[in-house]
Ligand binder design. Structure first.
Ligand SMILES: NC(=O)c1ccc[n+]([C@@H]2O[C@H](COP(=O)([O-])OP(=O)(O)OC[C@H]3O[C@@H](n4cnc5c(N)ncnc54)[C@H](O)[C@@H]3O)[C@@H](O)[C@H]2O)c1
Ligand SMILES: O=C(O)C(=O)C[C@]1(C(=O)O)C=C[C@@H](O)C=C1
Length: 366
């Protein structure tokens, strides 16, 4: 692809910011034009050398863009299409990164923009928001779903796919209907499950809040995404109502079935439920990372003496730091073998480094 493209962004948070950073990483000559609601974000992006042209809300400067990425919450993205229709260059491709595709495609069709629109959705993200959490690696190795407008010609679609591939993502073309059904199941339903599970625990907790106190790895693993942006998820749930309702029906049926098996003490069915889920979960492809890999870990040289691991575990426990995983690893990088210690969150990981450094342990952070 040509390195001298002008690329516009409306919304420059986690996803818009990450795509803009990837563009600058892989195509440094790209000129980035951006508008986002908070001006301080634009100033930050300019100071980091990511944004070249700071734009106002409906800025004529967007007319010089070859591509415009809509990266605000899904409903807000749609609100820009009408203005764009009369102000973009005739060769411009408008794309979005929204987690729902049906409504934006309907708006595109209504405005007669379907020869200029290619829906996009990187299947990567995080519960975190904002440009400050954006990285130039977020979409690397992630599937990037494309839902081309009905009138997009093949060469334009191919060019856009090449642009996406050049950022290290894996383009996958679907219809917007397929997209909305699939994401309702693998993304929207899990967010509703995580959120309702957290709310259920809050409701059922003892007066001393002992559930909150002892909630450990399992609960934390399955509920990380309950900390996601309420504005973003409100808009997703409102825009993909029928598909979400459909997958919720099936899920509720399975939950009711699981309750029956527990009520009846049906050992075989309970075993089959866990055995089936384990087999299917373990078969998920590794090729796409799907989401930001959140591993908070470091390596620590350890003396070859009895009780070495126990000493470290005790030191961390005395400082109220929970360990998610701990074990000696041997690979070519660490010929002698080192201790790998993994934590539930960044804060614990940083605190643990401080504790061990104070005791003169040698640490390796990757
Ligand atoms: N977070 C994820 O995991 C994820 C993954 C893939 C796609 N998406 C999609 O990406 C889009 C953005 O999500 P995000 O995670 O980057 O959120 P974010 O909150 O980090 O960023 C949104 C940005 O849009 C700006 N904004 C909000 N309303 C605006 C408006 N009306 N006009 C202009 N700017 C506006 C905000 O100031 C912010 O900079 C959403 O459509 C979401 O569905 C999110
Ligand atoms: O990892 C997370 O926090 C995410 O929720 C990422 C996630 C997902 O559901 O997988 C969230 C919304 C998207 O539209 C795409 C990716």
């Amino acid at each position: 692809m040509s390195d001298s493209l002008n690329i516009g962004f409306i919304g420059l948070g986690l996803i818009g910011g990450s795509i803009a950073k990837s563009l600058k990483r892989f195509h440094p000559q790209t000129r980035i034009f951006a508008y986002t609601r908070t001006e301080a974000t634009l100033d930050l992006a300019v100071s980091e050398g990511i944004v070249d042209v700071k734009c106002t809300k409906e800025d004529e400067a967007f007319a010089s863009c070859n591509y415009i990425f809509l990266c605000a919450p899904v409903h807000d993205n749609i609100s820009y299409l009408e203005w764009m229709k009369d102000h973009m260059s005739p060769d411009c491709i408008v794309t979005d990164v929204g987690s729902v595709k049906g409504e934006i495609h309907q708006a595109v069709e209504k405005l007669g923009l379907d020869d200029h629109f290619i829906g996009g959705h990187p299947m990567a993200g995080s519960e975190k928001t904002g440009f400050e959490n954006a990285t130039d690696m977020l979409i690397e190795n992630a599937y990037y779903i494309l839902t081309p407008g009905g009138q997009i010609d093949i060469p334009r679609l191919t060019q856009f796919m090449e642009l996406i591939s050049s950022l290290g993502a894996i383009p996958l073309v679907l219809t917007y209907e397929e997209h909305d059904y699939i994401t309702a199941a693998v993304s929207h339903l899990p967010h509703i499950i995580a959120s309702t599970l957290v709310n259920a625990i809050q409701k059922m907790d003892t007066p001393e809040e002992n559930m909150k106190l002892i909630a450990a790895g399992g609960f934390k693993d399955i509920t990380r995404i309950a900390s996601s942006s309420p504005v973003m998820w409100q808009q997703i749930c409102l825009e993909n109502r029928s598909m979400i309702s459909k997958v919720l029906d099936e899920y509720i049926r399975l939950i009711v079935q699981a309750k029956c098996w527990v009520d009846n003490g049906d050992a075989d069915e309970i075993y089959n439920m866990f055995s089936n889920s384990r087999e299917y979960r373990n078969s998920l492809p590794e090729a796409s990372k799907g989401v930001i890999e959140k591993i908070y870990a470091f390596y620590c040289d350890i003396y070859d003496e009895a009780g070495g691991i126990a000493t470290i575990a005790t030191l961390l426990a005395m400082n109220s730091i929970s360990i998610k995983n701990i074990g000696i690893i041997h690979n070519r990088e660490f010929e002698e073998g080192v201790l790998r210690i993994e934590f539930y969150d960044e804060e614990s990981c940083v605190k643990a480094q401080g504790v061990l450094k104070e005791r003169n342990y040698t640490l390796h952070v990757r």
